[in-house]
Design a protein around this ligand. Sequence first.
Ligand SMILES: Cc1ncc(COP(=O)(O)O)c(C=O)c1O
Length: 456
Amino acid sequence: MFNKNNNYSLDSNDKRYVWHPYTQMKIWNRGSNKIIIEGDDFYLIDQNKKKILDGVAGMWSNVWGYGENPIIKSMQRQLSTLPNSTLFGLGNRKSVNLAEKLIKLCKGMDKVFYSDNGSTAIEIALKMSTQYWKNKNNNSKKHLFLSLRNGYHGDTIGTMSVGFVANFFESYKSILLKTFRVPSPKDYEFKYEVESEIVDKCLDLTEKKLKKYSSKISAMIMESGAQIAGGVSIYPRNYQKKISELCKKYDVLLILDEIATGFGRLGNMIEYEKQKSIPDIVCYGKALNGGYFPIAVTLTTNKIYKAFLGNYKDKKQFFHGHTYTGHPVGCTACITNIDHYKKTNLIVHIQQNSIHVQKKLNKFYDLDIVSKIRHKGLLTGIDLVNGKKSLNFVQGLPINYYIMKESLKRGVYLRTLGNILTIIPPLAIPRAKLDILIDVSYEILYLLDKEISNIT
Ligand SMILES: Cc1ncc(COP(=O)(O)O)c(C=O)c1O
């Protein structure tokens, strides 16, 4: 049992020592679980040398799969040149180079603040917008946030407060910050047939809230382009653009969260540009670093930055920093990653594959258990139902465990979000492997459809 090379011991020691995220450990501890040892191409390889095609992209971050590439090589070189150096009191070359690259890439942005993951990038945005108003006017009452229902921005206390997904965060409600919330397009997707009616309804409610409370609201925060964790909801045309106009009208900052949707997931490098909505603050993580290093960024404008300038004693400086803020290996990963997007024309590759996926998804509508297909770029969500109800359990197991088990049996890793089966592959996945992910998804759902129609 304690032999390092013994495969059995890895699974059992995992159960003995490791607590997995978002996991009911009682179910996990009963299972025979896969422990990943290596990566190869777009496959993960488990303790029994079984290859698993990744349909989750390392929780939506992986871009290039798991083989050798220039990004990994540049990180290796960086480790031998300068493995780390803090940004407290010092600069480092790679954090300068990356900031310059990002500012050239992100229209309207002027400054970059570094952190280690998406949640902290958002926490920084929240603190930045709060202090912005305070620095401008010490008596400012603008210290609350406005956010969208079904939004998700991370798992820390501030991010849970603004991104409340009831299903996840009910237990923590008592410690969350007071936040104003307005419905998101997802709340009306089955109530109105025409997209523009959904937009009008959402904008009307948002404007009412802003009109009443803008003196208390420092910023509105939302995911850019689509909500993913809250139910794979792709925004209707013009929604985000008009929200950004409302924020300007009521003098409320706009924070856009592109952590999961930027860098190509929805088929565009910078989603807010495509949505014609320049934010005051925007956050990136996940695909920004290719999935290779925990680094995230919060970008903002000179307008915000300048409010933080003053005499030392004024205490206008931004009181935030992490041990690994601006980590040179992470910055190197991002720099080479961005260069590799350009060299390989990755965004065009994603857009072409997206058209292919769209065509392949149509046949899923033949299945009674499929009620809606949500798709943009390389983000796919398939709503599963049993009659009129959400399909949340199968064979006594939550649907997520069932889908994971069935897909892993077939050499593929897939997950669900609630009753939505998601296909979120590494962005550079070649077409043939994308087909495998879609075909295996179909096979699992086809068999499930049959099983359910036999029971009912
Ligand atoms: C939109 C969005 N924001 C923020 C986060 C939090 O990122 P992290 O898990 O790196 O903290 C996520 C993670 O899934 C996300 O989807």
